[in-house]
Design a protein around this ligand. Structure first.
Ligand SMILES: [Cu+2]
Length: 175
């Protein structure tokens, strides 16, 4: 029955590699608070579809609102019912576009600069220095981007193929 265990271990190792994204703790050790430079924090980070943003702060001290560009610029706080308030709010980046977040407590956004804007890149794309409408579409970027796309696709296909072979093998042996 050792075979069964080996199979499960291999699956446990491969599966997270295929499905997982990165977790970004907003503000790193500082977390989500006032008087922190979130522009500098976001700079150079490669946010991808499937990655997660985690806002960490003491419950009740801050909160998180997803807003639009105008809300971000003018610190317009949406209805409180839309707030994330757990102190460990995880947001999965589901679409490749710009995202804006602010704190809705007091004047934290307006005076404390507690606001974050990021650009989420498509899952299987290399980041580009020159933003353009084609940025959101895979296979339409620079030569470098296409190489990365193809490589990542091949890796994904190979991994899925390996999983299918293992499942077939498993069913054959133990089914
Ligand atoms: Cu706040």
């Amino acid at each position: 029955m050792a075979f069964k265990h080996v199979f499960l271990i291999i699956l446990a190792v491969i599966f997270p590699i295929v499905v997982s994204g990165k977790d970004f703790i907003v503000g790193d050790e500082t977390g989500w608070t006032i008087n922190f430079d979130y522009v500098a924090w976001a700079q150079g980070k490669d946010f991808r579809v499937g990655d997660k943003l985690v806002f960490q702060y003491p419950i009740g001290v801050h909160n998180v609102f997803k807003v639009n560009a105008t809300g971000f610029m003018n610190c317009i706080v949406p209805p409180l019912s839309q707030a994330l308030t757990s102190g460990n709010d995880t947001i999965v980046l589901a679409t490749p576009r710009k995202k804006w977040y602010i704190c809705g407590v007091g004047q934290h956004c307006a005076l404390g600069d507690q606001k974050l804007v990021i650009t989420v890149n498509s899952e299987s794309m290399a980041p580009s220095d020159a933003p353009s409408p084609s940025r959101a579409l895979p296979y339409t970027n620079s030569a470098n981007g296409i190489v990365v796309n193809v490589f990542q696709s091949v890796v994904a296909v190979v991994m899925v193929a390996i999983m299918f072979i293992l499942v077939a093998l498993f069913l054959l042996l133990f089914g």
